[in-house]
Design a protein around this ligand. Structure first.
Ligand code: N2P
Length: 350
């Protein structure tokens, strides 16, 4: 009797083992590739719990790093978060799949002003994630003059106190704007002048960074930094009150980061589920507050307005029309990208 019980028990245990390991094997793994510091990670855990889908989350620091990785091949990302100009390039290169918006009912929460953008005119490939501007973070205890021009990043007075973004289009774009040119210039002489100004500036620069800048500014390691608007909001939410953000009068870059599904994805339906999850008003609200960047989600903004109306007065979260008018969106430059790559290499080699 006892023996029989043991046999039945072991058989049941063996069956259960095969069942559970089988499930584990069939579990979908979603490969997500996003910018650093660009999601509230508790949302990932909640999605995994809710759906049983596992997320393999990797991060990049710039559009160019992400693209280089994709173009090297051997990746199978299901969801990535590029900016406007890179989306344009990816669509041209046939690297993206069309999204099935029937699987994303929460798309209705996206404000119309973020739909059918120039980089995706029929809105077939993209769902907006966050948006913002490029500008200057400055420490009000170290910088007492008004900050309204890119010139301050070239001011000898702040030698050793200046942080630049280790990001090709942003940094060259600012140098172009400062000289009165477009951030999308394809004129070799203009790009050459921008390059020379950055080489000349380099001796005053403390360093080129991306995700480290927020902490360095909070720690007082530098007085001024080139950065994106959401970094200022991140600092604001940390209740640090000596860092301000300004978009210079010469104008800057206005950017839109979106969720897109690369052709390499084998889990398109699950990627769309995750997009829909991130667009849920509660989740989008939690995410914008955690990350700091501006949300294109109307319902999330209503929640934010109820709790923190003051952020709608802050240029770092809600740039005024007057600021937006002096901004340009980056465009894919086609073959002229080579001029930027070459200039960037020369700047980096200095
Ligand atoms: C967050 C990166 C912001 C993306 N670390 C700017 N497009």
């Amino acid at each position: 009797m006892k023996k029989r019980f043991i046999i039945i028990f072991s058989l049941a245990a063996a069956l259960m083992f095969t069942f559970f390991t089988g499930c584990e094997k069939n579990k979908v793994v979603l490969n997500v590739y996003n910018w650093g510091d660009y999601i509230d990670k508790s949302l990932i855990a909640n999605f995994e719990k809710e759906t049983g889908i596992k997320i393999n989350y990797e991060m990049f620091e710039t559009n160019e790093h992400m693209m280089a990785k994709l173009e090297t091949g051997g990746t199978n990302y299901d969801l990535i978060f590029p900016s406007d100009y890179l989306i344009e390039e990816m669509i041209k290169k046939d690297m993206l799949q069309k999204i099935n918006f029937e699987n994303i009912p929460n798309f209705k929460y996206i404000d119309d002003r973020f739909k059918n953008m120039e980089y995706d005119p029929q809105n077939e490939y993209t769902v907006p994630y966050f948006w913002g501007t490029l500008g200057i973070l400055y420490n009000t205890e170290m910088v007492t003059e008004p900050v309204n021009s890119w010139d301050i990043l070239w001011d000898e007075k702040y030698a050793g106190q200046i942080l630049m973004l280790d990001s090709m289009r942003d940094t060259i774009g600012v140098a172009l704007k400062r000289l009165g040119y477009s951030v999308n210039s394809t004129n070799p002489q203009e790009i050459e002048q921008a390059k020379n100004s950055l080489i000349q500036q380099k001796k005053m620069v403390n360093g080129y960074y991306v995700d480290e800048i927020v902490d360095m500014m909070i720690n007082g390691d530098a007085a001024i930094a080139l950065n994106w608007s959401g970094a200022a909001m991140d600092i604001y939410w940390q209740e640090v009150d000596y860092i301000e953000y300004a978009v210079p009068e010469e104008g800057a870059n206005l950017w839109f980061d979106c969720m897109v599904i690369p052709k390499t994805s084998n889990n398109k339906k699950e990627a769309e589920m995750f997009i829909n999850f991130l667009l849920d008003p509660e989740n989008a609200y939690q995410n914008t507050e955690f990350v700091g960047y501006s949300s294109p989600n109307k319902a999330a903004l209503e929640m934010l307005r109820a709790e923190n109306p003051e952020v709608f007065e802050m240029a770092a979260y809600m740039p005024s029309d007057e600021i937006l008018e002096r901004c340009e969106v980056f465009k894919d430059l086609g073959s002229a990208k080579e001029l930027y790559n070459q200039a960037w290499m020369e700047i980096s080699a200095q």
